[in-house]
Structures are given as structure tokens and as C-alpha cells.
Design a protein around this ligand. Structure first.
Ligand code: AMP
Ligand code: ZN
Length: 461
């Protein structure tokens, strides 16, 4: 399988470290609000990667962390650096735990709705504080970190490979730091250094004891510790995330992990480009931040969004529009209806299965994979073979084609009897009576397609 690697900046043949085993880590959500469709785009890419590897016989272990503390961000609303989970708790009068549990549950449900296979492990940052402290202690011991007034910082200058992922090497850092600095950390030796441990602010509810006093871990150290601990490996096969995480988050994950272990942290980095809405960056103030709930409110199925993401290669920017989603929904409905009309699966159309696999092996070329699917569906091959290959392809696509097709053809006995009665009336040329039954059937939520001397019935989508 050929897959672009952000680290080497080339498309490489993907070869796991350990024969057929693949260890994969994805940076999960910060759980203080519903995730949006941009987050989902990135998670869908990871899901397609997992499904493709599984379809090719790899034994994949996937981990996605849940960031329930420590992801400090600049809030333009209040012009301050905040921990968003804590902030949400404060604003709603709930505990940080209530907030993180609530949004973790919603996240897992939303991910399921867009067809994402659950990860094997979802480590929560708050359950791994001890592992983070241990890792920070190793970095202090090895001289890669220093303590300043209850904070611990990573000494970027000590790690000579800094910048290898993002290209933001130390010589370029001065100007870059202005752009990424999230707080005025005046006690740092160098502006490029980043926090491994932060001293608790006086009014902080959620904090932990450490050798350096009460505080919270930095966001980057969370991922390094949780990835290595959960996968029980110092070197991971694949690490994924959105492209905004390349710098500083993933650059810093590499620095900490490699400084501590002396081993490469990740073999293969996969980053998904951003989703834009109406060609603009999603922004809460412009109400452009759409969630699964927003899609459902407008009567779209979340799987139509999944299908829509396939229309753009994961390394290109994707532009979301409601018209685009409408077209994706129609195409998906058409696919379900076609599947519902197919006989039982038998054999397969190997030529198309091979072309489909080639598309996936070509750096997850989903637009190409979907076009192969339609080419096959429209081909003149035996219908049972088409059905078999379609369901096989759907193991990677994750569009629930078989289930939806079964739902469409699962018609109650009473309705089937009305259909037979109508077929009889038509044969007897009693068209008025037949039309009355058709209207009744349609009011009950079904559609009829008349053939020369029979009738096909489906549930209305
Ligand atoms: P966050 O909760 O902000 O850390 O984001 C979770 C994941 O979604 C990260 O991998 C981000 O890189 C990714 N992400 C955030 N916004 C977008 C977007 N507009 N398009 C694609 N991925 C995004
Ligand atoms: Zn991460």
C-alpha cells in the first residue's frame, strides 16, 4: 500500500514494523463541546485507513485518546488562555468530569453515526497523569527538561532533530513562535520551549500532585505518554490527525518521545487537510461550525456526510456546502436503492475489486474508489456478482449498504398483499382502483415501481 508520509514528505510503500501487526494512534477530541464536521473528516480518514489495512489482512490495534484536561487554548471571546473543559464547567455550573463525560458520549455516538469503527482503546488523559509524570521525570533526568517556578519545560535546543516533521527547525523558530505562543510564559529559557507540566492556577479545581507541586500536564505530553503506554510500544507504525496538529503538537510529541526513549517515535505520519465551509475556515462567531445534529436537523443522514468526504482526496482541502451534501445524499440513496434491487450475493467481479483495491493502495484515493464502485454497479456483470463485490467494498467504505438495502426491501405482509392486489387489478385493466391502492401504499411510506406485469416496492428513503 502506498501512503503519503508527512515525515518524509513522500508517498511511501507502507511497511509495518512487525510483519502483519499495525499499531496506530489518532489524536482524539478535546471533550468540551460537540465535535464538528471538520473533526469528523479527519477521523473518517483514520477510519478508512484502519478499514483498508484490515481488509488487506493486517491486524490493526487502534488507539484514540480523549483529551479531558490540559489542552490550553486562546479564547478570543474572553481574550485569555483557558483550559476549555474547565471553562465550560465553570460557565455551566457543572463539574469538569460531567462535562468531559457528556461530550465523550456525544462524540462516540456521532462517530458511530458516520460509520467510524470504534478504536480498540480510548485512553482518557485524566487516567494517565502518573504515566505523564513518569515521562517528564525521564526527560528531566536526561537533561531535556527544566523546572521553573512549579512549571516544567522541554528544552527544545537540546533536541537536535527538532523540526523534522514540520520543517520548523530551530533556526526558524524565533519568528514562528510569535504565531503559536498560547500564553505568556515568562519563566521559559527560550520562547520555543514548551510546557510539559503547568503549575495550577490558584482557582483551579482539577489538579494533581507532582514532584514539582500541584499542576496539570501539557497537552503534548499527554499524547506521547498515552500512545506509548496503551500500545506498549516506543515506536508506533502510524500516527494520524488533522494537518493543524503537525506543528507544534506532533513536532513536540516527537521531541519528547524520542528524547526520552532514544527510539524513533512514529514510522508513518498521516495528516488530513482541513474542511472548509463555503470556502471559509469554520468559525463559531460566523455560525459556520456544523455538527452531526445540524445535519440531522436538516434531514440528512450522517452517512451522506461520510460519502461526501470521499469526493475529495484527504490531502486536499475539502469545501463543505449544503448543495454538495444534497448531491451526496441523492447518490447514496441511489446506491441503497440499487443494492435493494440486487439478488443474493454470489461470487464477485474480481476485475472491479482489484481496481477498487488499487485506488485505496494509491494513497487512499477515495474519489477513484467511489468511481470504480459506480462503474461496477452500472456494468453488465451478473447482478449477484455485483452484489457480492459491492458488499465487500463496503467493508472499507462503511456506508452500511447491506443493512440499508435490507431495510428497503423489508416490507410488512399487509403491504405486500396490497401490492399483489394492485398487480391483479392492473392486469384486469381496473386502473382507477389500482391507482387508489397506489396512493394508499405511498401514504404509508413506500414507493412503487411498475414493471410490465409486476410491481417493485421499496420503503421511501
Ligand atoms: P481538536 O478537538 O480541536 O483537537 O480537533 C480534533 C481533530 O480534528 C484534530 O485532529 C484536528 O486536527 C482535527 N480538525 C480540527 N478542525 C478541523 C477541520 N476544519 N478540518 C479537518 N480536521 C480538523
Ligand atoms: Zn495528540
Amino acid at each position: 500500500m502506498k501512503l503519503y508520509n508527512t515525515l518524509s514528505r513522500t508517498i511511501e510503500e507502507f511497511v509495518p514494523l512487525n510483519d502483519k501487526k499495525v499499531n496506530m494512534y489518532t489524536c482524539g477530541p478535546t471533550v468540551y463541546r460537540e465535535i464538528h464536521i471538520g473533526n469528523l473528516r479527519t477521523y473518517i480518514t483514520s477510519d478508512i485507513l484502519v478499514r483498508t489495512l484490515k481488509a488487506q489482512g493486517y491486524d490493526v490495534t487502534s488507539v484514540m485518546n480523549i483529551t479531558d484536561v490540559g489542552h490550553f487554548r486562546f479564547s478570543s471571546d474572553i481574550n485569555k488562555v483557558i483550559d476549555p473543559v474547565m471553562q465550560e464547567a465553570k460557565e455551566t455550573g457543572k463539574s469538569p468530569l460531567e462535562i468531559s463525560r457528556k461530550y465523550t458520549d456525544i462524540f462516540l455516538k456521532d462517530a458511530k453515526k458516520v460509520g467510524i469503527i470504534p478504536a480498540d482503546f480510548y485512553p482518557r488523559a485524566t487516567d494517565h497523569i502518573g504515566d505523564m509524570i513518569e515521562l517528564i521525570e525521564v526527560l528531566l533526568e536526561k537533561g531535556f527538561a527544566y523546572i521553573a517556578e512549579g512549571n516544567v519545560y522541554f528544552d527544545v535546543k537540546k533536541f537536535k532533530d527538532y523540526g523534522k516533521l514540520s520543517g520548523n527547525t530551530l533556526d526558524k523558530m524565533e519568528s514562528l513562535m510569535e504565531a503559536v505562543r498560547v500564553s505568556v510564559e515568562t519563566d521559559k529559557n527560550d520562547s520555543a520551549d514548551f510546557a510539559l507540566w503547568k503549575k495550577a492556577e490558584p482557582d483551579r479545581v482539577m489538579k494533581w500532585d507532582s514532584p514539582w507541586g500541584q499542576g496539570v500536564p501539557g497537552w503534548h505530553i499527554e499524547c506521547s505518554a498515552m500512545a506509548q503506554k496503551t500500545l506498549q510500544m516506543l515506536t508506533l507504525d502510524i500516527h494520524t490527525g488533522g494537518e493543524d496538529l503537525i506543528f507544534p503538537h506532533h513536532e513536540d510529541e516527537i521531541a519528547q518521545s524520542e528524547a526520552a526513549s532514544g527510539q524513533p517515535f512514529v514510522k508513518h505520519w498521516t495528516h488530513t487537510n482541513f474542511l472548509l465551509v463555503d470556502s471559509e475556515k469554520m468559525s463559531r462567531s460566523k455560525r459556520y461550525v456544523y455538527t452531526v445534529e445540524d445535519l440531522e436537523k436538516k434531514k440528512f443522514s450522517p452517512l451522506a456526510f461520510r460519502y461526501l468526504t470521499f469526493m475529495t482526496h484527504y490531502r486536499s482541502k475539502m469545501n463543505f456546502t449544503w448543495e454538495g451534501l444534497e448531491a451526496a445524499q441523492s447518490a447514496l440513496d441511489k446506491l441503497y436503492e440499487t443494492a435493494a434491487s440486487l439478488p443474493n450475493p454470489q461470487g464477485g467481479v474480481l476485475k472491479f475489486e482489484a481496481k477498487f483495491e488499487d485506488a485505496l493502495n494509491n494513497d487512499l484515493n477515495m474519489p477513484q474508489a467511489v468511481s470504480v464502485l459506480w462503474e461496477m454497479v452500472r456494468s453488465k456483470n451478473p447482478k449477484g456478482q455485483i452484489a457480492a463485490s459491492l458488499y465487500k467494498m463496503d467493508e472499507v467504505l462503511g456506508l452500511s449498504i447491506k443493512d440499508k438495502a435490507l431495510e428497503l426491501v423489508n416490507i410488512p405482509q399487509g403491504v405486500l398483499e396490497m401490492v399483489s392486489e394492485r398487480v391483479k387489478l392492473r392486469r384486469d385493466r381496473k386502473y382507477n382502483a389500482a391507482d387508489l391502492i397506489r396512493a394508499k401504499i405511498e401514504r404509508m411510506g413506500y414507493v412503487l415501481e411498475d414493471t410490465k406485469d409486476s410491481s417493485r416496492i421499496l420503503r421511501k428513503i
